[in-house]
Design a protein around this ligand. Structure first.
Ligand code: F0G
Length: 446
């Protein structure tokens, strides 16, 4: 597989006073000149009209071509590959946009839509980026792909590496990753390296190890990941008839996802496919909120970004204190007029239970969105009649330990008990048929 360098794409440093340019196929993750993050940019925009793009992509929905079956590769003209690329794909994307009336009522807004990225092949949004990053690993002839992870990136990489027949190593903090996520990585055959410390220490280690080129790093610092994830903005726009909502709300951890939405909306606007961008808002757990702290206290003064050395949250997916992509996420928030805020462990747990009651469900990190929307409505940042889309990033079954504890009234964060406000405890019925009948009759009256 080749990815000719004559493609109209290159890698470019995002730092305004650097903007160094690199070949598309240089396996680098940050700018060699200044250490800045890299974007993949197009050198020439297409000459198709917006309506021609829309027709092209829509017509592919009935095609049997594997690339058209993927919600990522269906939009392949905006991806940095040759047109007949043979992707490592598992029909990722194509995720539903659900109406969530109970969640909307909980937030006291008229309606709320949930884009469920947990319904990807490995149960999280990571698959939309991983298909592209692992395809690029094959283009580059990489022998070993690797990542640091709080669990979902690892599970996703493990699956795509298996499909690509590539050796795969994942680095996770011992005892801090949900067992369901770990089980996925083991089953897909990845080598799981458990180290003492937290996600941020894993990230530091793996970045240093990648410097000599012995492994291909596919965390979201790799701009190919962001390219894949940006297509979710395209899919969402298409689902909404190319009319953007007022707000798009995402959880924030390492901040790749918010960066990708920002890039997707920017490109949609540049191609004339949408008339305005939604406000991109990022929600963090209060104990793991370096980005929210920076945004609220220091952004105006351009002070240094301070990592959180000891991040804490039961939403283990976003237990991150040194987010790699904060500058790209800041750009997305600033450019679209969004905000960054925090929610408490109690707020996350309750919002998660409400999303469950909509029959949808998600993992704890994803529920920061609904908790955040409720808070934004209460503070007046969201008006009741505005259109809001929240991105659910992971499947309910990713962390059943959390769910069972919440409903059994035994969830606690750092010695503090989380109230089981919307708990749904199993009912122990020990008195035989008569008691069972009484219980069932009681349920009919509810
Ligand atoms: N939600 C879930 C379910 C996640 O797994 C992650 C990140 C996020 C939200 C935050 O997204 O990092 O792009 O801001 N999980 C990574 C992992 C860190 O290793 O699986 P982000």
């Amino acid at each position: 597989m080749t990815n000719q360098t004559t493609l109209p794409f290159h890698q470019q440093c995002i730092e305004p006073d650097c903007r160094a340019i690199y070949d598309l196929n240089e396996p680098i993750y940050v700018c060699r000149a200044c250490g800045g993050l890299l974007d993949i940019e197009r050198t020439q925009l297409s000459d198709l009209q917006a309506s021609e793009w829309q027709t092209l992509w829509r017509d592919r929905m009935t095609s049997r071509d594997l690339r058209d079956r993927s919600g990522v590769w269906r939009f392949r003209e905006v991806l940095p590959f040759v047109s007949d690329v043979d992707p490592i794909s598992m029909n990722e994307g194509n995720t539903p946009l659900y109406n969530a009336p109970r969640s909307a009522a909980y937030c006291q807004i008229d309606s709320l839509q949930l884009k469920h990225q947990g319904l990807n092949p490995t149960g999280s949004f990571k698959d939309t980026g991983m298909t592209v990053a692992v395809t690029q690993a094959r283009v580059l002839g990489a022998r070993l792909v690797a990542c640091a992870s709080t669990g979902n990136t690892a599970a996703s990489l493990a699956a795509y590496a298996a499909r690509a027949n590539l050796a795969c190593a994942i680095m996770v903090p011992t005892g801090q990753v949900s067992l369901a996520k770990l089980a996925q990585s083991l089953d897909y055959g990845a080598k799981v390296l458990e180290i003492e410390g937290n996600f941020d220490s894993c990230m530091r280690e793996i970045r240093e190890l990648s410097e000599d080129g012995s492994l291909y790093l596919v965390n979201s610092i790799n701009p190919f990941r962001i390219e894949g994830q940006k297509t979710v903005a395209f899919e969402l726009a298409e689902q909404l008839g190319w009319q953007m909502p007022d707000h798009l709300v995402v959880p924030g951890g390492n901040l790749g996802n918010s960066s990708a939405f920002g890039k997707g909306f920017r490109e949609l606007l540049a191609l004339g496919l949408i008339e305005r961008m939604p406000r991109v808002t990022v929600i963090q757990a209060v104990g793991a909120a370096p980005f929210a702290t920076y945004y609220q206290k220091h952004r105006a003064t351009s002070a240094e970004f301070l990592d959180e050395p000891n991040p804490k949250t039961l939403a283990s997916a976003i237990k991150i204190g040194a987010p790699v992509s904060w500058k790209k996420a800041l750009r997305a928030v600033a450019e679209t007029g969004g905000v960054v805020l925090t929610v408490t462990e109690q707020e996350i747990a309750d919002a998660k239970a409400i999303i469950g009651r909509d029959g949808i469900g998600c993992e704890p990190a994803s529920a920061t969105t609904v908790a955040g929307i409720k808070k934004m409505k209460a503070e007046g940042t969201i008006q009741p009649n505005e259109t809001v889309v929240a991105v659910l990033t992971g499947h309910l079954l990713k962390d059943t330990d959390y769910v069972n504890k919440y409903h059994n009234n035994s969830l606690a964060s750092d010695q503090t008990k989380i109230l089981s406000t919307y708990g749904n405890m199993p009912i122990k019925v020990s008195g035989g048929r008569d008691e069972l009948r009484r219980v069932i009759e009681g349920l009919q009256k509810e």
